[in-house]
Design a protein around this ligand. Sequence first.
Ligand code: SF4
Ligand code: SF4
Length: 351
Amino acid sequence: MNSTDLAGAIKDLARRAGFLAAGIAPAGPVAQATRLHAWLERGYCADMDFMRRNLAQRCCPAELVRGARSVICLAASYAPPPGADRDGMVARYARGADYHKVLKRRSAALVQAIRAIEPGFLGRAFVDSGPVMERSLAAAAGLGWTGRNGCVFVDGAGSYCVLAEIVCNLPLPADSPQPGRCGDCRACVAACPTGALHDDGLVDARRCISYLTIEHRGTIDPSLWPRMGVRLFGCDACQAVCPHNRDLPAGDSELAGAAPLGGAGLVEVFTWPEAHWRQATAGSATRRATHEMFLRNAILAAGNSGDASLAAPLRAIQGSAPHWAELAGWALARLSGEADNPFDASTTPSV
Ligand code: SF4
Ligand code: SF4
């Protein structure tokens, strides 16, 4: 089989393994590496110091996996079904089964399937699991185009897609990148509640609700508290407003779940013992944030909720978790209308 036919056969196998789309990128230097360098230079990586390490490998898959010639880039869709809320308390990508596990399983099956037709194939799969510029590689592989919200848009999934990569030893023909389709639109930049998103598509993690609620431990800059809306885990504001995310077919049933955290609301999160949190987040990407981070996020969300019935559990938190007493005090003041920064419904998603 020649390399063009082999690339076509691999894409067919990828679809059979459960991926929506597949494309091939060269394993050499990544074209969008300049974006990573600009992001780091501006300090947008917040305290994710690991992003400054292994830059040579991150910017060139052939440096990461010796002998690599190509990267098979893969996407699966978690697009919400028509009519579903698109910016709720838990980010859409984390509402179904943990995509890391799902995509790793499918990638492993794909590696086996490729080896069955090409015994010399060697591949190493990554799902958010190494120094890999996954979105930039997906763009280089023509899997999608890069939007101003920093996401990759894949036909049939919009930016509601999760990505995997198989760095391999085969010299497969690379696909062509797609041109961007944002045009003059700035809807996502305008919709970002905290001003984290910039016109050039770079996200300042220091202000990004996704980073702050999922990755950042400890306290959050108080100036951002009233702008974070009713969000427990992540933020989809810059995806929800995008015209390219409308009228999509519902995503993968395994990934696009509907009732995250076992249906728990803010009151349950306030009173969760750690064992209940473990149960509610089992098998889900929500496990990425700790029990303590969920409590902090729930206090913030309660303060922004406008729901006076949450005052009693907030007062209980003041007594039981002294390290969050200041935050709970702010949330109580905000609920009673005494805090600065009046409630702004336009920045608050549906729950
Ligand atoms: S995820 Fe939310 S906070 Fe982060 S850039 Fe997008 S809209 Fe802004
Ligand atoms: S909302 Fe507009 S600017 Fe943002 S990614 Fe979508 S098309 Fe591009």
